[in-house]
Design a protein around this ligand. Sequence first.
Ligand code: DX5
Ligand code: ZN
Length: 215
Amino acid sequence: MALIAPSVLSANFLTLGKDCEMINQSKADWFHLDVMDGRFVPNISFGPMVIEFIRSSTKKVCDVHLMIEEPEKYVDAFKKAGADNLTIHYEACRHLHRNIQQIKNAGMKAGIALNPHTPVDFLKDILHDIDLVCMMSVNPGFGGQYFIPHTLVKIKQLREMISERLLDVKIEVDGGVTLENAQAIIDAGADVLVAGNTVFKSANPMETIAALKRI
Ligand code: DX5
Ligand code: ZN
């Protein structure tokens, strides 16, 4: 059974507390929190301040996905805000190994996100140092985009790399996950499904989370 991580990016920010409560009451496992800086991606979302409020509203895992340049400057701020998992982009880090150590030393689980064009092979010398790979199945920056089918091949390759090395690294799939494609994504080897629009634009978000959980 996959873990389900609703993406708060698709929530209604005018009534954010209500949406957080819905996630709390639901079968969701994690809160997925997307931070965008308008530089690494062509969109700006929210930062540590908003995450601190969300943190205070839930006991569930706060899974923070940084789509920002120079993430090393903000590791402590996100730790203070209450992040449990901190994921940084492979494409945003010149000293990825150092940045991963920094996250772990701060007491968080460390993740690496891969853009659709970045080969999974690039992780082979760092896979044993991380807890999570966030496989982007859309180009990062916006909710509500279509799933890129080639991601399924990448998930299978990564699953093999992880099993060969007997590692305990979770594969999270982020972008365009729907009730229709979730089974194929899980079959390919995903452990965690992020879902934004599929949850928040549905008539009954709590039931949609339960339906994803049943897959
Ligand atoms: C995209 C974000 C995703 C996004 C997913 O850059 O990383 O987490 O919120 O939204 P959906 O599920 O609508 O594609
Ligand atoms: Zn994300």
